[in-house]
Write a protein that binds this ligand. Structure first.
Ligand SMILES: N[C@@H](CCC(=O)N[C@@H](CS)C(=O)NCC(=O)O)C(=O)O
Length: 243
């Protein structure tokens, strides 16, 4: 398999995590989304994906080679073809729940803070980082509320699922845009600031927090553990070449 990816693409990050969790090796084809106006706009990339977005996964299946696009379609394909370990629960209603959690990120947050969206917003002099913080905060707050009743060690129960695969790259983006949840929130309490160079950061509800918020005593730090788990699963050297 071959993955066209960019180290900071959260959508490609999802696929890297799924490949990592399923133990599937892949070749890495870097596409720099910013350099020279964006390599996704070069003619050879158009042939790969007319939407000019990452990720693209090339697979050979039944003796033929295909290129798949859209992270959700790619991950569901991997799930069907390589079912172990499962990324979806066995009961239909539980699968619907997990897919809904993933979709809060997939359609409710990420498209609003994508590179292409920012490029358009800048034409209208919009403060893109403030815009991103607004939608990330709203989306992650909804995700947390929706997940809370059935969450365990992971977003759904005690097994990693599609929902976590969508959450973790979005948390990376939250840190990138200095949208730090309050340290007491269960979903992603930070023990570190999103960016050590920042003097302050913002909570979900817009409050300015000191750069190094103290974790409230007794607060669990499960998502931080999740991040380490996923970084390990995704294989840092395979996905972070920073070409
Ligand atoms: N729904 C798509 C979204 C793909 C997407 O937005 N990819 C971003 C990177 S995370 C991209 O390629 N942006 C470049 C651009 O919009 O110019 C998916 O989940 O794969």
């Amino acid at each position: 398999m071959k993955l066209w990816s960019y180290w900071r693409s959260s959508c490609a990050f999802r696929v890297r995590i799924a490949l990592g969790l399923k133990g599937l090796p892949f070749a890495y084809a870097p596409v720099h989304l910013l350099r020279g106006g964006g390599e996704q706009f070069q003619p050879d990339f158009l042939a790969l994906n007319p939407q000019r977005q990452l990720p693209v996964l090339e697979v050979t299946d039944g003796g033929e080679t295909y290129r798949l696009v859209q992270s959700i379609a790619i991950i569901e394909y991997l799930e069907e073809r390589f079912p172990t370990p499962p990324l979806l629960p066995s009961a239909a209603r539980d699968r619907a729940h997990v897919r809904a959690l993933a979709e809060i990120v997939n359609s409710g947050i990420q498209p609003l803070q994508n590179t292409g969206t920012f490029a358009e917003l800048r034409k209208h002099n919009v403060d893109t980082e403030g815009w991103a913080r607004t939608f990330i905060a709203k989306g992650l707050t909804a995700l947390e509320q929706h997940a809370s009743a059935r969450a365990g060690a992971f977003l759904f129960g005690d097994q990693v699922s599609l929902a976590d695969i969508y959450l973790v790259p979005q948390l990376y983006n939250a840190r990138r845009f200095a949208c730090a949840p309050t340290p007491t929130r269960r979903l992603c309490p930070h023990s570190k600031p999103p960016n050590p160079k920042l003097k302050s950061t913002r909570s979900f509800d817009g409050r300015v927090l000191p750069a190094r918020p103290r974790r409230a005593s007794g607060t669990s730090c499960e998502p931080a553990r999740h991040m380490r788990h996923f970084e390990h699963a995704a294989g840092r050297t395979a996905w972070d070449p920073r070409d």
